[in-house]
Design a protein around this ligand. Structure first.
Ligand code: SF4
Length: 330
């Protein structure tokens, strides 16, 4: 591993100053992804700025009944939190479907959002990768890309975002608080991760030196049905081939509120707004649900080896929405 300086600031602003927006500086929180990538030589910071103790590790109920989740909250603590389990089951389920218990015990909320793709070419220094080394090419494009994107990809990069938690947060309409050299700002989770375009080296809209400080989840009354389903190659400790986070609330047999987001299909969680628009106000009979889900995936552009993902995602979404509807029909 490349030698690096280790800095332990006493306050957040001190951390921002220590970073200074320099390309060689990296923030360290749980470290479950960063340290692995440093061992592989994919990440080569010259300075690590430890944020331990500087990020909020609490989940607070806000005045409007939503949640403010500190960026330092461990994934296992968030999934086990009473308000998350009762009001946002989709979020608890998504977190518990990711990684292993040991990793969830140390990984943070902010780090989960910032984790990098698990594209094997990105992690292999002997292979070309525009994300790791801009301009070097994309090894996955003509290589093994069964696990890669079917939506929103570019000729420069076809990687997927690996986070389960972010998919649930996208369905819940959450926002991310960010602080940096130019002050504080808040962005929707759906706009936090970028599509690759011509700059796949940039995963998110976070600027150099900025720190994710919290996630805000809008009010979610207890009992609004929501669910996360994930398809993967083995039952645990595997990333999504496709996943679905759904919220479905019926009133008099018609859809009063619906949100649907896909994971494993794109460089960011993919909110299926066309599906939501078709279902809102409609009776969610299985045929209507399938039609709406397929309309939402119509813009998919599968690659040579991953067309199966479109059908897989479609079936997952139909199954989750049908189940949520049936539970409310009694
Ligand atoms: Fe790199 Fe993206 Fe291509 Fe993977 S898909 S090799 S991350 S450029």
């Amino acid at each position: 591993m490349k030698p690096f300086a280790y800095v332990r600031p006493a306050a957040l602003q001190e951390a921002v100053a220590a970073h200074g927006g320099r390309p060689g500086a990296s923030y360290l929180a749980g470290g479950t992804n960063l340290v692995d990538l440093m061992k592989l030589g994919v990440e080569r910071p010259d300075t690590l700025i430890d944020l331990t103790g500087l990020l909020s590790a609490t989940v607070e109920e806000t005045a409007d009944g939503g949640l403010r989740i500190g960026a330092g909250v461990r994934n296992s603590d968030l999934a086990a939190h009473r308000l998350v389990r009762t009001r946002y089951p989709v979020l608890a389920q998504a977190i518990l479907s990711g990684a292993s218990a040991q990793l969830r015990n140390i990984a943070t909320t902010g780090g989960n959002l910032l984790q990098r793709t698990r594209c094997p070419y990105f992690q292999d220094l002997t292979k070309p990768c525009n994300k790791r080394e801009p301009g070097s090419g994309c090894g996955a494009l003509d290589g093994v890309h069964r696990d890669h994107a079917v939506l929103g990809h570019s000729p420069q990069c076809i990687a997927t975002n690996p986070s389960d938690m972010a998919v649930a947060l996208a369905a819940l309409g959450a926002e991310v608080d960010i602080e940096g050299p130019r002050g504080a700002r808040t962005v929707p989770v759906t706009a936090f991760h970028r599509l690759p375009g011509d700059h796949p080296e940039r995963d998110t809209v976070v600027e150099p030196g900025e720190i994710v400080t919290a996630v805000r989840v809008p009010p979610g009354p207890a009992g609004v049905p929501s669910r996360y389903r994930k398809a993967r190659d083995r039952a645990s400790y595997a990333f999504a081939l496709a996943s679905v986070a759904a919220v479905l609330d019926l009133d008099g047999g018609r859809v009063r509120r619906v949100a649907l987001a896909f994971g494993g299909l794109a460089h960011r969680p993919w909110r299926a707004t066309a599906t939501e628009a078709l279902l809102l106000g409609a009776e969610p009979a299985p045929d209507a649900v399938r039609q709406a889900v397929e309309a939402g995936l119509a813009e998919a552009r599968p690659l040579r080896d991953n067309a199966y993902k479109v059908g897989l995602a479609s079936n997952l979404a139909c199954e989750v929405l049908d189940t949520l509807a049936q539970e409310q029909h009694g």
